[in-house]
Design a protein around this ligand. Structure first.
Ligand SMILES: *[C@@H]1O[C@H](CO)[C@@H](O)[C@H](O)[C@H]1NC(C)=O
Ligand SMILES: *[C@@H]1O[C@H](CO)[C@@H](O)[C@H](O)[C@H]1NC(C)=O
Length: 360
């Protein structure tokens, strides 16, 4: 009786033992399989890394040993992807970097020209600054690509020295010019640049239709460039209120760069320039040809006279900080010789200045 019970007990125990062993074996097998499947993956990634030229043998083996967990594998792969897109350095990464530009709300004001903050100190510094070229251009071209000089008309001047991109862009027929004006100007410069191979966009709020295509490469757009976009509520009520910021126009036209920006904006040039500096648009411009007006502060420029002149000067210094260099300066003696409504400082109310972006 006892012997039988013992035998039964023994059999139950051994059965349990066998089941336990089986379970243990299955578990071990399962985990080994799992591990084997995840390993080749990690090794592949590390091999990819090893192709980097700067990586020493020790570094490589250290990294191979360091890849036991999945989390690290993912980290290595991400790292790798970032590196390869950096090497490509294409337009997309440029645009991405561009989108991360910090927003600026005001330009950096230069120190006062002198301790008394007087108008004469500010005016002397400013007038000296705008009448002195900062760089020598040996191929100045005025009013278009034809060499014949134009007697009447303003001397809009660009620099075709080979060290700047404009000359190459014109040769490759990839030159683009924007001309901002208010309609009272002749378009000789624009017509000549278009016939010389530039794609010219003229923004003029006074024309009859929204867009006019003249000749092969000259467009007129019924748009006025401003330093802000219009309030949508107001814009809806005004007829032809086609006023836009340059950045908005560039976006809408799908243009990334402008080889020449010409601006003849009757005192709106200060706020427009400020907007281009603050939004970082000025870096997309190769050469700037601007008529500046000094007989009054300009639209929405406020403060006493010395504050205004200091602001003008600071704005132009911002261009210099972006590696723009003044290569041409012209004092218009046909205009009233007024400086902030005063006949003073031997100044004209009107100057034409040309800068080249030396980063291009
Ligand atoms: C103009 O205003 C600035 C700042 O408001 C002041 O520092 C400066 O002395 C003023 N200049 C004159 C000539 O009044
Ligand atoms: C005034 O400026 C003109 C050039 O713009 C110059 O020829 C002339 O000498 C200047 N006059 C004085 C008094 O500085």
């Amino acid at each position: 009786m006892l012997g039988r019970e013992l035998r039964l007990l023994w059999r139950a125990c051994s059965l349990r033992l066998i089941a336990l062993c089986l379970a243990f074996f299955l578990c071990t097998h399962f985990f080994t399989e799992l591990r084997r499947k995840s390993w080749p993956h990690a090794e592949l990634v590390v091999k990819g890394q090893a192709r980097e030229p700067g990586l020493s043998v020790e570094e490589h083996s250290r990294r191979t040993e360091e890849v036991p967990s999945k989390r690290q594998v993912i980290y290595v792969r991400r790292n790798n992807r970032g590196g390869s897109s950096g090497r490509r350095g294409g337009d997309s990464s440029l645009h991405k970097r561009d989108a991360l530009k910090p927003v600026r709300w005001h330009i950096d004001l230069q120190p006062w020209a002198g301790p008394s903050h007087s108008l004469s100190e500010e005016a002397t510094r400013f007038l000296h600054y705008i009448t002195k070229s900062q760089i020598v251009c040996s191929q100045l071209v005025t009013n278009g690509l034809t060499k014949e000089s134009v007697e009447n008309g303003k001397p809009w001047t660009v620099c075709l020295d080979d060290r700047f991109s404009l000359a190459h862009q014109i040769r490759n027929q990839q030159c683009r010019m924007y001309s901002l004006g208010l309609g009272d100007d002749d378009s000789l410069f624009e017509v000549n640049m278009a016939s010389g191979g530039c794609e010219v966009h003229r923004f003029d709020p006074s024309i009859g239709s929204a867009h006019i295509h003249e000749g092969e490469r000259l467009w007129h757009h019924r748009l006025s460039v401003d330093w802000r976009d219009p309030n949508p509520a107001i814009a809806a009520h005004r007829l032809h209120s086609n006023t836009k910021k340059l950045s908005t126009i560039l976006n809408e036209f799908g243009h990334w760069k402008i080889d020449i920006l010409k601006a003849d904006m009757e005192s709106a040039e200060w706020k427009i320039l400020e907007n281009l500096v603050l939004e970082g648009i000025v870096e997309q411009i190769g050469q700037l040809v601007v008529e500046i007006h000094l007989h009054w502060p300009g639209f929405e420029v406020s403060g006493n006279d010395s504050t205004v002149v200091r602001y003008w000067y600071s704005l132009l210094k911002e261009l210099e900080r972006k590696d723009f260099r003044l290569f041409y300066t012209y004092k218009d003696l046909s205009k009233p010789q007024l400086f902030l409504k005063k006949e003073a400082f031997n100044a004209s109310s009107c100057y034409i200045l040309s800068w080249v972006n030396t980063r291009w």
